[in-house]
Design a protein around this ligand. Sequence first.
Ligand SMILES: N[C@@H](CCC(=O)N[C@@H](CS)C(=O)NCC(=O)O)C(=O)O
Length: 228
Amino acid sequence: MIQFYYSLAPNPMKVALFLEEAGLPYEPIPVDTRTGAQFDAAFVALNPNGKVPCIVDGDATVFDSNAILLYLAEKTGRFLPESSPAARGDLLSWLMFVATGVGPFSGQAVHFRHVAPEPKDYALTRYSFEAERHWGILEAHLADRPYMLGDTYTIVDMSVWGWLRMVPRVLGGDEVWSRLPNLKRLLDEINARPAAIRALALKDRHVFKAEMDDAARRIMFRHTIPAT
Ligand SMILES: N[C@@H](CCC(=O)N[C@@H](CS)C(=O)NCC(=O)O)C(=O)O
């Protein structure tokens, strides 16, 4: 039984999607990041980065959402492209593009759009520009193929889905979908999958702290606390 340390945020949800798609038995263990549970010593011993997701699978501990997707895909042999150097190159390129570009730039765009104090024009402009540029690359890539790696639904689509659900919050409103029709098509298709519906139902299993109050802000944005 895999232990799955999660919250309802984009990175854990892509792993939830894989676990549900593959029908792997797992125990969901909530980590409430607004109360600081990600810094508990027992959790940091599993993920030194103090962030979700993380899984424990027997004697294997894996953290970072895209590493977990690749680990689970290779372990099960599911949701991978055909076995060829060209397909492997595509898989790694797009998976890392999402891990190192789409996710981080989207996260920073959300931070500067919705959270950061003024003055923030320069940072908001930079991260919005980069997030939009990354999503634009995915949009163009999906113009002539149904899924990120062609005709087959893979872990790259799952990885994209994690943040794709948040695109209006990243780029500033539902009207962004008119510029990203191929991504909207992929989102709607994945959202309708029974596995995605089950993954999203994790929200009914645990009540996470909803308020982003001062205590939560001090935990989530520790750089704002003066050094003592
Ligand atoms: N690169 C990591 C990023 C993980 C991450 O940023 N997780 C967020 C939720 S999406 C988190 O745990 N935030 C709590 C915090 O920053 O304290 C991954 O892909 O798993």
